[in-house]
Design a protein around this ligand. Structure first.
Ligand code: NAP
Length: 247
């Protein structure tokens, strides 16, 4: 329980990987702000799961791509818990298509949620973290940001952008005791991936040396490690959690 009484915001934690991260942190004693965009029932489910195991949490709706929403997320968190120790920038969307067919709106929305959302949330929490001279930030990137992927130019560009952002902010904040890292998941079973046709899933599976598709808990455990004092000498890194897919 080394993280006991820390306060975390996990963006996009109503479902999928974000929910697993919220539960993992709550189980370690962290007070967790469960953020979501539109599906309030899913976010309330995450909160109920946190409470079932004796954890403490709070649900806050906020579109991370909107500065006013992010301000409200920050204010509500501070009103309830008084500080922010951990930020996990997890909220993300895909709008896949080959470049020639990619609509400008699909480029813009993926950039807005995946990249601008991380900028806005990080900037919002950084003031308090710099003042308290401590804090940990984890950005959820993707192996696609390292390798590229046909049909995902917008998503890959945003996820690669997150890696550059992570390194830059890690350098800016290191002297103030704030660590910033990225996690790059491979193929993880969530709503985001369940719509892929079975043929594509089998093809992906052939490219995973460990021979299985990941689950949200695989990513959540690594995030818990990165935000813990056990990772106190790690900053600016991108850790792949991908069954060996990217090596
Ligand atoms: P998911 O199941 O689709 O869940 C996405 C979550 O993000 C939901 O809680 C959603 O809220 C929230 N969200 C979306 N847009 C938002 C916005 N503008 N503001 C606030 N919240 C927003 O996705 P996932 O598979 O768990 O993915 C989580 C992260 O991991 C993403 O960044 C994704 O790119 C990354 N990732 C996933 C995989 C994978 O294989 N699944 C692989 C690599 C990286 P609502 O529930 O309200 O819609």
């Amino acid at each position: 329980m080394v993280l006991k009484d820390s306060v975390a915001i996990v963006t996009g934690s109503g479902r999928g990987i974000g929910r697993a991260i919220a539960l993992e942190l709550a189980a370690a004693g962290v007070k967790v702000v469960v953020n979501y965009a539109g599906r309030s029932n899913k976010a309330e489910e995450t909160l109920a799961l946190i409470k079932e195991t004796g954890g403490i949490g709070l649900v806050v709706q906020a579109d991370v791509s909107q500065a006013a929403d992010v301000d409200r997320l920050l204010k509500t968190t501070l009103e309830h818990f008084g500080k922010i120790d951990i930020l996990v920038n997890n909220a993300g969307i895909t709008r896949d298509s080959l470049l020639l067919r990619m609509k400008e709106a699909d480029w813009d929305s993926v950039m807005a949620t995946n990249l601008k959302g991380t900028y806005l949330c990080t900037k919002a929490v950084s003031k308090g973290m710099l003042k308290q001279r401590s804090g940990v930030i984890v950005n959820i990137s993707s192996v696609v940001g390292l390798s590229g992927n046909a049909g995902q130019a917008n998503y890959a560009a945003a996820k690669a952008g997150l890696i550059g952002f992570t390194k830059s902010i890690a350098k800016e904040f290191a002297s103030r005791g704030i660590r910033v890292n990225a996690v790059a998941p491979g193929y993880i079973f969530t709503d985001m991936t369940e719509t892929l046709p079975e043929g594509t899933q089998n093809e992906v599976l052939r490219g995973i040396p460990l021979g299985r598709i990941g689950n949200p808990g695989d990513v959540a455990k690594v995030v818990r490690f990165l935000v813990s004092p056990e990772a106190s000498y790690i900053t600016g890194q991108t850790l792949c959690v991908d069954g060996g897919m990217e090596m």
